[in-house]
Design a protein around this ligand. Sequence first.
Ligand SMILES: C[S@@+](CC[C@H](N)C(=O)[O-])C[C@H]1O[C@@H](n2cnc3c(N)ncnc32)[C@H](O)[C@@H]1O
Ligand code: SF4
Ligand code: SF4
Length: 413
Amino acid sequence: MSTPAIRSRQLEALERLDVQVNSNPAVMYVESVRGCPYTCVMCMARGTKPVKMPPELLEKLEPFYPDLEVLAIHGFGEPLLADLDYFVAKATEHDIVLHMNTTGFFMSRRVCELLLEARLSIRFSIHAGTSETYRRVMGQDFRKVIDNIKYLTKSAEQSGKDHDFWFSYVVMKETLDDIEDFLRLTRDCGVSSVRFMRLAPNKQSIRGFTLEDRDFRFRYFEQFNRRIFRTFHERYPRYQKLADELGIQIEFGSMESKNAARASAGWLVNGVSRRIIGKKLLPLLRPRGHCLAPWLGQLIVRQTGEVKLCCKTSYLVGNLHEETIGEMWNGDRMERIRRPFSEGRIPRECGYCPGYDMRNYPNNSFPEAERRWPESLPTGGRARKSDKAEARDTEEQPADRQGDRERERVPVP
Ligand SMILES: C[S@@+](CC[C@H](N)C(=O)[O-])C[C@H]1O[C@@H](n2cnc3c(N)ncnc32)[C@H](O)[C@@H]1O
Ligand code: SF4
Ligand code: SF4
């Protein structure tokens, strides 16, 4: 764990909205494994060879682990196939929250016990409420995954550590009717938070395809359209009532409708303008807004050595083969992002992103921040506990390898 002095320095820089900081990031996402051999029907990473992060790049990150609060290890692949011994050991040594999205396919008793050595924040991708749907969508054995999750959550209670477990659920035609079963299952698994997600398109799903071991054709606009979206929202009060009875918290996540139409239109215009004039046209006026990521961090370290600002933009802050994380964090490219925020404006590089507040970081991270700002953040954003219902989705989704904006361009149903 970072010393209180290091964490204070990071939080004070945020409090003052310093453009130049003299610290290191507190949150880092490492592309621990790229590619995935599994066959979840909606996923672009499906059926690709998993490649682990090169050890020489990990070595370059090691000097920065002591300052971290959160080390996230998911991306375009399945993190349980990464070098887990390494990541658990580093997270444990420095008391960092080890954060990941995983389907849990690769879990076993041994993997659970290894994971529990660290302080965990895990978002399990479940996307079904019954074995039949799970087999159709995820192509795996539901019971085995659920039994392992139950084992993990039960053992976690006895571990004496503050872990945070969530379920995420991609809403689509195949999964829509399972939601109530899924909520009951969430409670049975000892998990108390659920986030819904929109189905994102990719080239293959827009054309439609059939997997060898599935008996249906998967077409994006059949799986996710205005009718599915509307039905989900019409049924939502029912889900909310059931969730209240079960004692679990549910969030719209990226199924939130607000701003989606404006953002989609904006991405379309920017896509065209980038091709014609070589840069993004919109937003013409920079909107006002706030974000914690330029001060606390959400850096994405890729296996190529490239380091991105966060998972919501393609903006690069540097390359590990040329600079250290510290040099990038305290360098010009980060200043260019912090300056507009320090003046209350969202930088153009951030496009339509609504920004990060505390709800975008794991619930068991930054306890000092909660004590320091129990209600609202110095940036104007919300502190974690004040509003749960509208928390935004922060996760990188598998996508065409054409760039991040492609990935975020979700058609409005
Ligand atoms: C690429 S996965 C990576 C982590 C891990 N393998 C997993 O599945 O949780 C990140 C999240 O995106 C979800 N996902 C995959 N394809 C998607 C799609 N087309 N639309 C929306 N979410 C998708 C996954 O199920 C998962 O919840
Ligand atoms: S959703 Fe996750 S586990 Fe499934 S294919 Fe994609 S990366 Fe692999
Ligand atoms: S506003 Fe969005 S794109 Fe910009 S730094 Fe924050 S999370 Fe990243």
